[in-house]
Design a binder for this molecule. Structure first.
Ligand SMILES: [Fe+2]
Length: 323
């Protein structure tokens, strides 16, 4: 089974519009010009267009953010509390790969099914399959996303996406072995490297394309959840300008600017309205087929003050308390 990239992601939040403001005015994303499933109007007719008129808000209160030429990349849906990940959408090449994926998942004892035309339309894709990972994260596999080239960032941010996908996510997982087996043996991810930070505590990183990691699996006890999502910008100027917006808005910087040892990412981390952290970085390492995994004895070349085993464990425990 060959996953090409993390194409889109969806979260639950009590107030998605708070995320719209954060996504646009802090991160520099653009509200989607049409929400998934919405009628685009007639091409070339300047008098017709999506009824949501570029607000990024769907009638059910969901918010959709655009980072590039895809119609949308991040969906935020109304939920009673910060529900965390509601779905991760992994891109595949074609319909045949989707069917093959469903077959392989079922053979591996994983619940999986082909999605309906309506479910595909609700994500702006041509075809979709539905499953979940061993940590209970809902997964979707898709091909044929809708493209909308009219991306304009309000702060001139150029997100490093395309075939690399939207960025990466770092998940807390209760059963590391089950999740690692699932993402590698079944989904085809490969281990990039890992860091141990205590007995039975480790951060493990996996790639499915040249981005050093699309997925991080962190085990710090019996907790399933998300630690952070990373979005990559084109250069240090865009990252530093984002940091200025974060500081001006009084948003908590949870980890100062620093450079990771493994993926070379120059980044900072901040709190987000979702209850998990968002990492904004640049200069992430690209790997190829010759890449071999290794163990790192430390996480950072410099900086990243606030990102340490103690605070990561604290974040995990907060999720645990919510459960
Ligand atoms: Fe990260």
């Amino acid at each position: 089974m060959k996953v090409r990239s993390l194409g889109y992601i969806g979260f639950g939040a009590p107030d998605p519009k708070q995320w719209l403001d954060y996504g646009v005015n802090i991160i520099g994303a653009m509200p989607a010009r049409a929400y998934p499933g919405e009628d685009w109007g007639m091409p070339m007719d300047p008098t017709s267009g999506p009824a949501s008129a570029g607000s990024g808000v769907a009638p059910d209160g969901s918010v959709y953010l655009k980072l590039d030429e895809r119609q949308w990349r991040i969906g935020i849906h109304p939920s009673e509390d910060n529900a965390g990940i509601m779905y991760m959408g992994f891109e595949m090449a074609c319909y045949q790969d989707l069917e093959e994926a469903v077959k392989e998942l079922k053979e591996g004892g994983v619940p999986a099914r082909m999605g309906t035309a309506e479910e595909a339309r609700n994500r702006s894709v041509t075809g979709i399959a539905i499953s979940e990972d061993p940590a209970g994260n809902p997964l979707e596999f898709f091909y044929g996303p809708t493209k909308d080239y009219k991306f304009v960032s309000p702060y001139n941010v150029e997100f490093q996406t395309g075939s690399l996908g939207l960025g990466h996510v770092n998940l807390f997982v209760k059963d590391l072995k089950a999740c690692e087996d699932f993402y590698t043996w079944v989904l085809g991810f490969k281990l990039s490297d890992y860091i141990k930070f205590g007995p039975d505590l480790s951060a493990n990183f996996y790639h499915c394309n040249p981005r050093h990691h699309t997925l991080g699996l962190t085990h710090v006890g019996p907790v399933n959840g998300i630690h952070h999502m990373m979005l990559e910008m084109k250069n240090i100027d865009q990252v530093a300008q984002c940091l200025e917006r974060v500081e001006a808005a009084g948003i908590k910087v949870t980890s100062t600017l620093g450079r990771h040892t493994n993926d070379n990412m120059l980044s900072f981390y901040m709190s987000s309205p979702f209850g998990f952290e968002v990492e904004i970085g640049c200069e992430g390492l690209l790997v190829d087929e010759s890449w071999l995994p290794s163990e790192f004895c430390e996480g950072d070349v410099w900086g990243h003050k606030g990102l340490d085993p103690e605070t990561i464990t604290e974040s995990a425990q907060q999720i645990k308390q919510k459960d």
